[in-house]
Design a protein around this ligand. Structure first.
Ligand code: ACO
Length: 429
């Protein structure tokens, strides 16, 4: 007999089906709740609300498991490449050799952006945050490719938009950096692979050749893999909601980038380094910051700590922490900020406040230290995250369209004034 859940309201009992996922996750299907009872559910921050069923990413926060389409993140980080993982997320299977060759060939050849877009970069203030520049340019792409405006077009048109996005985001990201330092932009070059090309556009100068370091290239590829999807997080849910109105894919991912920017989400990687620099400037003592983090009247939080879903450890953080040591060793960099991060982690993880709330380092705690070692400026960290997350946003958007999901439109419980007559201004107190 299939499992059901019962809700009692007054004397009446209502039954709802229980849905079970392939990993035995359970949900009460309340699709008919309002129609049957007149009630809605209230779940601020959607802490208990499943917005969709999805076959893209499996995450078990209690056991620290993360898998893309069944493949453990640890294996993908070690053996795969970012473009291969992007294909896996978007099309559901690892590509054959022929599929992968076609995919990388197309992405490599779509990295140029329209020359008119170059003017956009110059129009932003030189100190513009690159996330603002990135999000604006992502939505601008829709104006250059109007054929992308209908998300229900045949698959080949959608595939072209997908390849354009993955190709062009690296150029937009690198150019937003070049603009921020007032240097001429560097055009993409087809002789490079995805990460080499990005690094070349970031660091090549008219005055000096740049040779991408294989250690840096591999570390970047791995970071992008680790960020590539994370099921229904804040930015991905934003992408699905925007896409559910049938807005085009460019606008949906631009909205995702905007959501990612916040320090409680992808902006945390920038915030972690700024926090560690503050601690360093302040003399390096940890206790003061632990006390501040625990004080409910103080807005300070340990950035890069805690996660809505992981309540044991974040498997991505485990991989990144190890990679951080490897990369700094191989590059011969001795960054005192890494030492501070390790000390802060040690102090926090032995403190009852953090233990009792299951607060552990998340993906952002160590990623910024690797980006620093690569020479990527702090303000660009969230842009790096967006580049990595783009395939996940696209995959989730594609799934939402394929499933013909209805427009996302939550309800509310109204708590404002009840009906009252309009008061003319002269009579207002
Ligand atoms: N430092 C100090 N206290 C914290 C922290 C932190 N980083 N994170 C959570 N807490 C405390 C809260 O104050 C709360 O305490 P209380 O129960 O006494 O009120 C408790 O732990 C639970 O925290 P919530 O904010 O309710 O948990 P939620 O799931 O809503 O938030 C979040 C998760 C936003 C990630 C939070 O842990 C946080 O702000 N972390 C710092 C920012 C960060 O690193 N964000 C990146 C997340 S990963 C990502 O998006 C890629």
């Amino acid at each position: 007999m299939s499992e059901t859940a019962k809700i009692q309201l007054g004397d009446e009992i209502f039954e709802f089906p229980v849905i079970t996922g392939t990993e035995n996750e359970k949900a009460i299907d309340i699709t008919t709740l309002r129609a049957k009872t007149g009630y809605i559910t209230l779940d601020s921050g959607y802490k208990n609300t499943g917005a969709t069923t999805s076959s893209i990413t499996f995450l078990n926060g209690e056991e620290g498991i993360l898998r893309y389409s069944g493949y453990p993140i640890e294996q993908l980080a070690e053996k795969s490449t970012f473009l291969e993982v992007a294909y896996l997320l978007i099309y559901g299977e690892l590509p054959t050799k022929a599929q992968f060759d076609h995919w990388t060939h197309k992405i490599t050849r779509h990295t140029l952006i329209h020359e008119d877009m170059k003017d956009f970069f110059g129009a932003f203030p030189s100190k513009a945050h690159p996330m603002g520049v990135l999000a604006s340019n992502l939505i601008s792409l829709s104006t250059f490719y109007p054929e992308s405006l209908d998300p229900d077009r045949e698959d080949s048109a959608v595939d072209l938009t997908i390849m354009r996005l993955i190709a062009k985001i690296s150029t937009i990201a690198a150019w937003s950096y070049k603009n921020s330092v007032g240097h001429p932009v560097v055009y993409p070059h087809n002789k490079y692979n995805y990460c080499e090309n990005f690094l070349n556009m970031m660091f090549s100068m008219p005055t000096e050749d740049y040779e991408p370091d294989p250690v840096v290239v591999r570390a970047l590829d791995q970071l992008l893999i680790l960020h590539a999807d994370h099921e229904q997080n804040c930015s991905t849910s934003t992408v699905r909601i925007v896409g559910s109105s049938k807005a085009n894919l460019y606008s949906a991912v631009a909205a995702g980038a905007a959501a990612l920017w916040g320090p409680l989400h992808g902006g945390a990687n920038q915030a972690v380094i700024e926090m560690l620099e503050n601690i360093q400037r302040d003399g390096g003592g940890m206790q003061k910051w632990i006390v501040k983090a625990k004080d409910k009247d103080d807005p300070f939080r340990i950035m890069g700590f805690g996660h809505r879903v992981y309540k044991n450890f974040d498997p991505r953080a485990t991989i990144i922490k190890k990679s951080c040591d490897d990369v700094l060793n191989k590059l011969g960099i001795n960054d005192p900020i890494l030492e501070l991060a390790k000390q802060l982690e040690e102090v926090a993880l032995s403190d009852d406040y953090f233990i009792s709330r299951s607060l552990y380092p998340n993906v952002d705690f160590y990623s910024g230290i690797i980006y620093r070692a690569m020479g990527i400026p702090t303000q660009m960290f969230t842009v790096m995250f967006a580049m990595g997350r783009l395939p996940g946003w696209i995959a989730q958007w594609k799934e939402m369209i394929a499933n013909k999901e209805p427009i996302g439109r939550p309800r509310q419980i109204y708590t404002g004034a009840t009906e009252r007559p309009y008061v003319p201004m002269a009579k207002r107190k």
